[in-house]
Design a protein around this ligand. Structure first.
Ligand SMILES: [Cu+2]
Length: 120
């Protein structure tokens, strides 16, 4: 193998690895992740805007006690436990405004722990 051939091989492998890295970045940027923080008696953000037929991952943490997130119109729910991150991945298949709420009793005020998903 002469020097020129070795150099071509090296360039080819560098090009391949940079293409792979680009593919990884594209795959990650297509996955939309929305972080939602729960605390008594509030979700932040309380309004979540999504696109129909675009998959989304909701990532939940809680600042205090055990909470729940329930979005019944899309049949998705999760517990949210202190010190952990809960994830819900789904694809909205209809447009409109859909209410979500905490479904784990977290104290007096729990009933006002609501928000809305807007799908366009
Ligand atoms: Cu609650």
């Amino acid at each position: 193998m002469n020097l020129l051939h070795k150099r071509r091989l090296l360039l080819a492998s560098m090009a391949a690895s940079s293409l792979a890295a680009t593919g990884l970045v594209l795959a990650q940027s297509q996955e939309r992740v929305i972080k939602i923080v729960a605390k008594k008696f509030d979700f932040t953000p309380g309004e979540i805007r999504l696109k129909k037929n675009v998959p989304v991952t909701l990532e939940f943490t809680t600042l205090d006690v055990v909470m729940g997130f329930n979005l019944p119109d899309f049949a998705v729910r999760t517990d949210i436990l202190p010190g952990t991150t809960s994830r819900l991945r789904f694809t909205p298949d209809k447009t409109g405004e859909f209410a979500f709420h905490c479904d784990v009793f977290c104290g007096s005020g729990h009933e006002s722990m609501t928000g809305a998903v807007f799908v366009t």
